[in-house]
Ligand binder design. Structure first.
Ligand code: CTP
Ligand code: MG
Length: 335
């Protein structure tokens, strides 16, 4: 017989629901932030349309996918139809226009993987990145937003995971850890895998929305209002989900062989994706398939040393959720 007294005592996880929900609610941006974002976008539209009358501006990233916490920067995509444009030239021109319109800290980063112009609007205090013709990002933003409408537990889980990642310093792709986008996909995948499932796989349902971008067909079921009861059979609460999420990434994920795939709602094998060895800088040590750009592994930035950091942080979080007397503080302790 097992010696019960020697087992570490597991504290009732449900007691963490209320405090976790409180943290979640404190992260939700106020309505007036949205108003300021719109204000800035309108001003940018005016500036852009003088130079490029047919261009359009789209919000993408966390200001448009519903996973933006309070006081986030905004991401804007400038869509220009012209075939022969030189992105660097457009960015430099754009930077010049913004500068003369009194925007601050204007910087054109033409050599970045995704070239952008950065700026800060002194009126609203909002910082903003503008990229050119990154239409796939606009579409994956819609996909994430549509998932968020199905079950509020995704919103709750993703906010808590993002807040944890920022607090613990594991949300920096330039340091080999993961992007916010990757963390949200990890949350969606995790909720697709619950039994009973909390989220469906929108890309395997009937197609109600379809666009082709850069030769990639993006198709999925976007009539999500009809899916609001999808997860009702599953009664897991946020505290359980946060704990199991970290537990999954700490102890259950098969890092050597598995790829998580929101597109299929399944785990795929690295073998099938040919993600078994290092190619260039892509090491595939933690594999997260982009839902549309399926050759893109969002974990490709992760290297030998940062994968260790990540896994230790997942373990730390799982342990805290299970055994710490005060998880809601320890979990988000600055590193
Ligand atoms: N994106 C992408 N491919 C990546 C990284 C990002 O397509 N490898 C796009 C996604 O549309 C994502 C957006 O860029 O929504 C912004 O990415 P990121 O900064 O990671 O996420 P945010 O949601 O903006 O998070 P944060 O609140 O941290 O700014
Ligand atoms: Mg962002």
């Amino acid at each position: 017989r097992m010696m019960k007294s020697k087992m570490p005592c597991r504290i009732d996880i449900n007691r963490l629901n209320a405090p976790l929900l409180k943290i979640y609610e404190s992260l939700i941006p106020a309505e007036e932030e949205k108003v300021k974002q719109k204000q800035l976008l309108t001003m940018l539209e005016k500036i852009v349309s003088k130079e490029w009358p047919n261009a359009k501006l789209f919000l993408y990233g966390s200001c448009a996918n519903s996973f933006g916490v309070s006081k986030s920067d905004i991401d804007v995509c400038l869509a220009i139809e012209d075939e022969g444009i030189d992105k660097s030239e457009v960015l430099l021109k754009l930077a010049e226009l913004l500068q003369s319109d009194n925007l601050q800290n204007v910087q054109a980063l033409t050599r970045a993987r995704v070239p952008i112009v950065k700026l800060m609007d002194p009126v609203t205090g909002i910082s903003c990145d503008i990229c050119i013709n990154n239409v796939l990002a606009v579409i994956n933003t819609k996909l994430l937003r549509d998932y968020s409408k199905i079950d509020v537990r995704l919103h709750q889980l993703a906010f808590i995971v993002k807040h944890w990642a920022k607090s613990r310093g594991v949300n920096a792709t330039y340091q080999g850890t993961l992007s916010s986008y990757a963390y949200v996909l990890m949350c969606i995948h995790f909720l697709q895998q619950r039994i009973p499932a909390i989220l469906p796989c929108l890309q395997v349902l009937e197609t109600t929305y379809k666009v082709t971008v850069d030769d990639i067909e993006c198709a999925y079921f976007d009539q999500v209002d009809s899916l609001v009861d999808f997860g009702a059979q599953n009664k897991e609460c946020i505290a359980q989900l946060v704990w199991k999420f970290f537990n999954y990434w700490a102890y259950c994920h098969d890092y050597a062989n598995s790829v998580i795939s929101v597109r299929t709602g399944r785990i795929l094998s690295k073998q099938d994706k040919d993600w078994t060895r290092r190619v260039g800088n892509d090491r595939h040590l933690i594999c997260i398939e982009d839902p549309f750009e399926t050759s893109h592994d969002l974990g490709r930035v992760v290297d030998r040393s940062s994968v260790r950091v990540l896994r230790e942080e997942f373990e730390r979080a799982a342990q805290i959720m299970q055994f710490d007397p005060n998880p809601c503080e320890s979990l988000f302790e600055p590193y």
